[in-house]
Design a protein around this ligand. Structure first.
Ligand code: CAA
Length: 262
């Protein structure tokens, strides 16, 4: 964990910045599906993958108006379903595959917060976060896994969190789910390795998205930002560049599977 990588993929998804496609590298025709892909970090990931040559589908669950605006602005098709519902994932993935082709790159980015000190946390706040942020990874990955195995190629990139590594007060639910994402990643990476499938987790710190900006201003300014070594929130693009690297065909040559980056 904490291993650094170069995250500067270019339009061909080539992390070396070589504009020539390598033998067997064909990111131009690969289909990438990004959950929670129309806002925040997910939107940056969808756009970066599109710019790297992938055919991208962006899933969203809630804000239809923003999703449609994103689709109109970027040309990336959007698909609505709730990742906490297994059958909805099966049906949604089938719709994506009918429109674009088999999903070869899956970015499990969708996540929610229901922050509360533990003594005030309700069972609903616990369950909603676990069902979306942890079970959502099972629900999304399971339906694409057999196809990836059959084609001997796949990239699964899970957006965990620094709070899954260090814990965070007010986030017993979120920290548990994000730590679970790391265990899921490490186990599945071992299963995928022999089948040409890499499974990685990225553990972002605090990134300047709506989710983070919803934190009470006093807590954000007095408790969180002073703890960040560079003294600022991260940018969604910084995470998106890492995703493009991990999605690239050649990331496997570097034996990156199952490492956590932050
Ligand atoms: N770090 C350090 N201290 C924190 C904190 C944090 N993240 N969150 C809360 N605290 C402190 C508060 O400063 C306060 O301390 P004092 O009593 O000394 O002032 C104490 O904990 C209690 O906080 P509140 O008075 O705000 O209590 P509350 O019951 O009204 O609200 C809360 C609790 C809902 C957890 C609210 O404090 C909150 O939203 N905190 C932010 C929690 C957080 O960090 N969430 C991360 C969201 S972003 C994310 O999850 C993305 C990612 O992957 C990094």
């Amino acid at each position: 964990m904490g291993k650094s990588c170069r995250c500067d993929g270019n339009r061909n998804g080539d992390p070396d910045g070589n504009p020539e496609k390598k033998n067997g590298e064909d990111s131009m025709s690969r289909v990438a599906l990004v959950t929670g892909g129309t806002r925040g970090i997910g939107a940056a990931i969808s756009i970066a993958l599109k710019n790297a040559g992938y055919k991208v589908a962006a899933n969203f669950a809630g804000n239809e108006e923003k999703a449609k605006a994103f689709e109109a602005e970027t040309g990336i098709p959007v698909f609505k379903w709730d990742v906490s519902n297994y059958q909805a994932c099966v049906d949604g993935i089938a719709a994506v595959e009918a429109a674009l082709g088999p999903v070869e790159v899956l970015v499990n980015n969708a996540g929610i917060t229901r922050d509360a000190m533990f003594h005030k946390m309700t069972p609903d706040q616990w369950n909603e976060v676990i069902n979306t942020n942890l079970t959502g990874l099972f629900n999304m990955t399971h339906p694409v896994w057999t196809g990836m195995r059959d084609r001997s190629f796949g990239r699964v990139i899970n957006i965990s969190s620094i709070n899954g590594q260090k814990g965070q007060m007010g986030q017993a639910n979120y920290s548990a789910a994000k730590a679970g994402d790391i265990g899921f990643t490490k186990a599945l990476a071992q299963e995928g390795a022999a089948k040409g499938i890499t499974v990685n987790a990225i553990c972002p710190g605090y990134i300047g998205t709506e989710m983070v900006r919803a934190i009470p201003e006093k807590v954000l300014n007095e408790r969180i930002i002073p703890q960040i070594p560079v003294g600022r929130l991260g940018e969604p693009d910084e995470i998106a560049r890492c995703v493009v690297f991990l999605a690239s065909d050649r990331s496997e040559e570097r034996r990156v599977g199952k490492e956590c980056l932050r």
